[in-house]
Each structure stands twice: as C-alpha cells, then as structure tokens.
Design a binder for this molecule. Sequence first.
Ligand code: NAD
Length: 439
Amino acid sequence: MKITMLGTGYVGLVSGTCFSEFGFDVCCVDKDKDKITNLKKNIIPIYEPGLENLVKKNKDANRLTFSNDVKKNIAEADIVFIAVGTPARRGDGHADLSYVYEVAKEIANNLMGYTVIVTKSTVPVGTGNEIKKIIKKANPKAKFDVVSNPEFLREGNAIEDFMRPDRVVVGCETEKAKEVISKIYKPLFLIETPILFTDLKTAELIKYAGNAFLAVKISYINQMADLCEKVGADVHDVSRGIGLDKRIGSKFLHPGPGYGGSCFPKDTQALVKTANHYGSNISIVENVINYNSQRKLDMAEKIISALGKNYSNKKISILGLAFKPETDDMRESPCLDIIPKLQEKNIQISAFDPVAMDEAKKLLQNVQFKESIEECINNSDALVILTEWNEFRSLSPERLKKHMKGNILIDLRNALNPDSFRESGFNLIQVGRPNLPSQ
Ligand code: NAD
C-alpha cells in the first residue's frame, strides 16, 4: 500500500512520518523545493519534539521518502492525502481553498487505477463533494473515492496525538474506501482507538465543531478570570472546582492572553462563514471571536497599567513568543497583537523564545531579540511571560533580581508559582488571581 502525502507542513510531515512508522510506504510531497531538499538531508523545517528522530529512522528503513514530483507520486499511490494549508482568506475570513482545489486538479490529471483521496486539511462542509466534481470533470474515467479524515493533532505533542489519538474520524461513502482506510488505521484499531465512520459532510463539520468548542471553553475561562480579578477570587481554584465535574472536564480551562495559533482563529471564522451562508445562528462562536480579539488588546493594556504612570520608554522583557510551548509556530500568536500595542506607547521590547525566534524575526519589528533568558531580562523594568515554556516556570526571585532593574512581573500564563514570590520584593501580576504586591 503506497501513501502519498500532498503538503509536507505540520500536518503532512507528522502524519506521513507516523504512517511510515506504522510500516507503510510513504512519500511526502511538497511544491516547496527548499523544504524537500532539506528533508532529504534530515533537516526538519519545523520544531516538533521527537519528529527528527522518527523521520530519520523511517527514511533509513526506506519507508519514508520526500519529493517535489507531484505527478509521479499521485500516479503511484493507492491513497493520496491532501494536507495543504487552508488559511483564512484575506479580507473575508472564509477558508481559502485555493491550495486544496489546485491539488485536486493535479490529482485528477494523474490518477492511475483506483485511488482513495483523503482530505486531512481542515475544510468547510461540502469541500469533499467539490473535490469529487473537480476530478470527475477533469478526468471522467478516473476510479476514485473521496474521504474526509480531519486531523486533530496538537503542535508540540503531534506524534503522540497521531499515534494515540482520542479518536479517528472518517467520512466516507463506499465500502471499498472504508476498507482501505481501515487498513491504514489498523495499528490504532488494535490499541482500541475509537474510529468513527460518518458521511463526508459530517466528518468535515466535526473538525470545526471541535475546534470552535475548545475556543469557546478557553474564552469562557478567560472571562471567569476577568471576573475573579474583580471579585478577588482565584481562577485556578475555579477551574479545578468546575473541571472535576466530569460533564465539564479539566482540559482547556487555563486562562491566558487569548487563543492564537494556526487553527482556532481561522477555523472559528470559517465556521461562522458556513453558518451565515446557511442562515444558521452561530452567535456563540461570533461572540468568542470578538471577545478573543479584544482580549489580546486588553492584555496589552494590563501590561501598560502595570508599568505605572511613566510607562513611556520603560524597558520590558518578553519571555515566550510562539503561540504555545513546544512549537516554533508563530501564526496568530497573541504577541503579534500585544507587542505592537506596547510599541505604540514607546515601550522598549527585548524578547526571547527557546525555538520561535527565527519565525518571530520575520513578523516583529523593532524588537531586540536575545539569545537567553538572562540577556533578555538584563536591566529591564518589567518582565512579561507570554508563553508558558517549562524553563520559564522555574524562574526564581533570586535569579531575576540578579539581572532585572525593576520589580514588575506580568505573568499572562500563570506560569510562576506565587508562593515562591511572596515577600520577595517583586510585584507579581497574573491572570484571574490576586496580585502579589511588592513590599
Ligand atoms: P502548513 O502551511 O504547515 O503546510 C502546508 C504545506 O502544503 C506547505 O509546506 C506548502 O508548501 C504545501 N503545499 C501547498 N500547495 C501545495 C501543492 N499544490 N502541492 C504540494 N504541496 C503544497 O499547514 P499545516 O499547519 O500543516 O496545516 C495543513 C492543514 O491541516 C490545514 O488545513 C490546517 O487547518 C489543518 N490542521 C493543522 C493542524 C496544526 O496543528 N498545524 C492541526 C490539525 C489540522
């Protein structure tokens, strides 16, 4: 069974590598020549824990190859996965399906024998049917089925998520396609992973419904954090108190500066577009999108007000730039909204992230990027934690005092343990918790 993965980004590279680890013959294809040249030399284009070793292992076993040759690899495949990007379309927020439809045409023109075409990209309801139409029109004799198999992996934990997922969702319409998909997911079936077979449209909608639900959950706890600050309660205890209720669950109840990343912002917008198109009420998600955008700006205000009246020209150090730990993905990271707002007030910014600095340099101007925590916080008036990397969690008052000029800590991820900072002389400001005043 030969698998071709079209698109070798976060999803395509991880999924392709994991399928090769299952024992299948996989070729990861991308139109980006540099990416493929580098992958052939074991240079991995993204930071994802464990991925480099897994790629090397399967390449060495000749199960995993990389190529720019789209045509040949479509013709040779039994299964073609579409794993190209579906970013928000500029200006209107619809999912931009141009990459998906471009590969659909390539697939149509190069199919040889019965092939199962699987969309792993996150695509709006009805896209699978559109792909079918494109292929039938361009190649009426082609023998194929279209399947929807949305991906739920999380960056930073992607291999584990692929190898031991909570569930696999498969939208398919023929027994033949179901048989092929069942074969490639047999290793997961053997570890009793629930595999949910649905029709095409339902599978497509499950992905959006899931991501939007998580965005709602994050925004809900962020609003609870706001309320905690007003009434003097601790949001961590609120999260624990409600999360222990099995109907609610404890995940995604951690407050912060607002969600970001390559999925939630664009997927919530695309879901709203779909619902609007069909005249269906989606006000919960619409409100969440607006609240989340405002939250990032409110977090900039929170930092400015923590700096006091003379905020202008203060020097602050920012630890963490990626939208979450264990990734170098900067797409829609909250820092991209927060930092420019601070700069408008003439606040000087130095920044450090353990892996996302190269990506951040492409997106942020007038920031002094530093090579270590120490260099970053040196001589600064205030420290802001924007991403909860483990190495920031262990920062102690003693270590900070050695380098910082000021005593203001604004921890927008609640990564620091307030007990360690009591009577330390630091003013610790967190999210949804009483502040620790400097004494
Ligand atoms: P990405 O931007 O990292 O990768 C997409 C890749 O597709 C790029 O390398 C690009 O060069 C390649 N590509 C584009 N057009 C091509 C073509 N015609 N032929 C060959 N290659 C082509 O995107 P990603 O983050 O991997 O996301 C891919 C899809 O998976 C999106 O729909 C996304 O919503 C979804 N998804 C992403 C995640 C995530 O955590 N990143 C999780 C679940 C689902």
